[in-house]
Design a protein around this ligand. Structure first.
Ligand code: PLP
Length: 361
């Protein structure tokens, strides 16, 4: 059986270092906002050549706290892709703001910059983009709109650790880069974890307070805050894995190349763009008989996933919240996409086996 993902196998190369880190933290007796969190924050901001990284409890919280820090009036509008994981949209709702959905490009699956401007109103305050599947969005036109309309930019980098657009890392383009370290992500912890990147001193202080009960000094609360701190154990594990992030991404890109070079034309593969360094959090193909293909692969001992089966505007939770229903491109993607195995632990032989079976479909 070729599994889609196996987190035990994925993490095995790091077990020995993890055990040392675990024991060290255990013995330290300091389990909240200690040395590990501080070190990881320094390492992760240095990796991005930005001034600040603030560790938080999850990717969702990284998005929520970013929007909270920007402090918009209730019902202000935030532009967001219609084709994303629900968390991106939930973060906007949890801040009392209104998500305004913009269709993706059918080729890149990322927000279509050409369709943003028509959705900008007097109430629009920010654009929240998602570098979906590990592929950076087309930043040049997005940055031009940000400038033209004086909008904030929040990047959802939950799937794009280490991805680059014209040599520049995702998470470094806007006011905030919001990251998830959910275990399956390219930089994954052993539990929930997240971080916010920013180059702005005042905003970084706000996120620092927000994640820790609105407090800078224990028992003195400056603002209405949350409890959303990056866990000390997870930060220790993340420092270890961060050293291998580029190696993880290189491996995934090597596996992706096998799919690109060998999968037959029947499958619609992701586009390859010059100057876009895609880290393939997910390698998807599209096919009109997606369900049949998925079953066929399973019968041949190959597990796949669907990211995602239901678009946000059709989720039950969004009834009465997202009233617009005209998102044909999102629906097309959701109806035809299939994610193929591409974990750090998969071998080239695994992928050649997937290709061989797929090409007989
Ligand atoms: C995983 C993910 C999130 C949420 O991250 P959590 O750590 O699970 O809260 C947000 N946005 C996208 C695009 C994701 O893939």
């Amino acid at each position: 059986m070729i599994e889609y993902e196996n987190l035990g196998e994925l993490n095995k190369p790091f077990f020995e270092e993890y055990k040392i880190s675990f024991e060290k933290t255990l013995n330290s007796g300091w389990y909240i906002l200690g040395e590990n969190v501080k070190r990881f924050e320094e390492e992760f901001s240095a990796y991005h050549q930005l001034k600040y990284c603030i560790g938080v409890a999850s990717g969702l919280d990284a998005l929520v706290l970013s929007l909270k820090a920007l402090n918009y009036e209730k019902d202000s509008e935030v532009i967001v892709p219609s084709n994303t994981y629900i968390a991106t949209i939930l973060s906007i709702l949890h801040c009392g703001l209104k998500p305004v959905l913009v269709e993706p490009e059918l080729e890149t699956y990322n927000i279509d910059p050409k369709k943003i401007e028509e959705k900008i109103s007097a109430k629009t305050k920010a654009i929240m983009i998602v570098h979906l599947y590990g592929k950076p969005c087309d930043m040049r036109p997005i940055l031009a709109l940000k400038e033209k309309y004086h909008l904030a930019l929040v990047e959802d980098c939950a799937q794009s650790h280490g991805a680059k657009y014209f040599g520049r890392l995702t998470g470094t383009f806007g006011e905030f880069g919001a990251f998830s370290f959910y275990p399956t992500k390219n930089l994954g912890a052993l539990g929930d974890a997240g971080a916010v990147l920013t180059d702005d001193t005042a905003l970084s202080k706000l996120i620092n307070r927000l994640r820790n009960y609105g407090s800078d000094v224990k028992y003195y609360n400056e603002i209405v805050g949350y409890n959303s701190r990056l866990h000390e154990m997870q930060a220790g594990f993340l420092s270890i894995k961060l050293k291998h992030l580029d190696e993880i991404n290189t491996h995934k890109r090597k596996l992706a190349k096998i799919y690109f070079d060998n999968l037959k034309e029947d499958f619609i593969k992701p586009v390859v763009e010059e100057n876009v360094f895609d880290v393939f959090h997910i390698f998807n193909i599209r096919h009109s008989k997606r369900g049949e293909l998925k079953n066929y692969l399973l019968k041949n001992e190959i597990k796949t996933e669907i990211h995602y089966p239901v678009p946000p505007h059709k989720q039950k939770a969004m009834a009465g919240i997202i009233s617009e229903k005209d998102f044909p491109i999102s629906e097309e993607i959701h109806a035809t996409t299939l994610s193929l195995p591409i974990s750090f632990y998969h071998t080239e032989d695994d992928i050649f086996k997937v290709v061989e079976v797929m090409n007989k479909f």
